[in-house]
Design a protein around this ligand. Structure first.
Ligand code: HH2
Length: 254
């Protein structure tokens, strides 16, 4: 899954794709590099990010989704709002990536009626408040129990095609992120999506303050996750990840 943020303030690619032509060429590049899914987002969810008005979020994502339809890959909309998800699905998206885990009461009924794919991510609070909520006795047990409980709610509402995501960096410290990654091989048998690309904990471990310089660290996580059986990797550096996975896959199959 290639990341395409149409925002002024995303932590890594903020401001780069606000112009529709820049977004279209980024989408083409990500698909050319091997992305099977494009994840289009119009609201930054980095720690402390401000909320975006729904109409503004729609204004950002809809033209990009419409333009990306011709690229022949699946399109996901990264949104916490049912109204944005509904219009994105009408515009051609087939997956809803919801970092709030269904906080909008309209989200599960909408996704159930659409019959689309749904990514259910773990977080606490909102992007503005989440880092004050990173307190757990047993981070792995609590995160996966919360995900399973939300999945049961989603299924009860009629949602069928669900990927679970532990939400790396969302209400989690570096130590908690590492514990969740270490624990991934135990989570076999459930469809999992992971988004660790260029995140802050990688910068802390490698001494890279600039998000664009966190490629090698991101690849290390991607290979670990692939080995653990993670189904979808949400990444900025699609070409590098695809090449690293080609070698990993050959070794795994040898
Ligand atoms: N992380 C981000 C955004 N969406 N979706 C899922 N399912 N999992 C994630 O880990 C995830 C996500 C944050 O990264 P990014 O989109 O690069 O930055 P920003 O939130 O600043 O736009």
């Amino acid at each position: 899954m290639g990341i395409l943020n149409v925002t002024p303030d995303s932590f890594s690619d903020g401001g780069r794709h606000l112009d529709p032509r820049a977004a279209a060429s980024a989408a083409e590049r990500l698909v050319g590099e091997g992305a099977a899914i494009l994840d289009v987002g119009g609201e930054s969810t980095r720690p402390g990010a401000a909320e975006v008005d729904v109409d503004e979020e729609l204004r950002r994502v809809l033209p990009v989704i419409r333009a990306a339809r011709s690229l022949g890959v699946a399109i996901s909309v990264d949104t916490r709002r049912a109204r944005v998800a509904a219009e994105a699905l009408d515009a051609g998206a087939t997956m809803v990536n919801d970092v709030s885990g269904g906080a909008d009461p309209g989200m599960f009924p909408l996704v159930a009626a659409a019959g689309c794919d749904y990514v259910l991510m773990h977080t606490r609070g909102t992007p503005a408040t989440m880092m004050g909520l990173a307190t757990y006795d047993d981070v792995c047990g609590e995160v996966w129990a919360a995900l399973e409980a939300r999945r049961a709610d989603a299924e009860a509402a009629g949602v069928r095609r669900i990927w679970l995501d532990p939400g790396i960096g969302f209400a989690k410290t570096t130590a908690q992120n590492l514990a969740l990654l270490h624990d991934l091989p135990r989570r076999t048998g459930v469809p999992v999506l992971l988004g660790a690309s260029r995140k802050r904990f990688i910068g802390e471990l490698t001494g890279q303050a600039d998000a664009g310089s966190r490629v090698e660290g991101s690849l290390a996580v991607a290979l670990w996750a692939a080995q653990a059986g993670v189904d979808i990797l949400r990444v900025h550096d699609v070409g590098a990840t695809v090449r690293a996975l080609a070698v990993w896959r050959a070794m795994a199959a040898a």
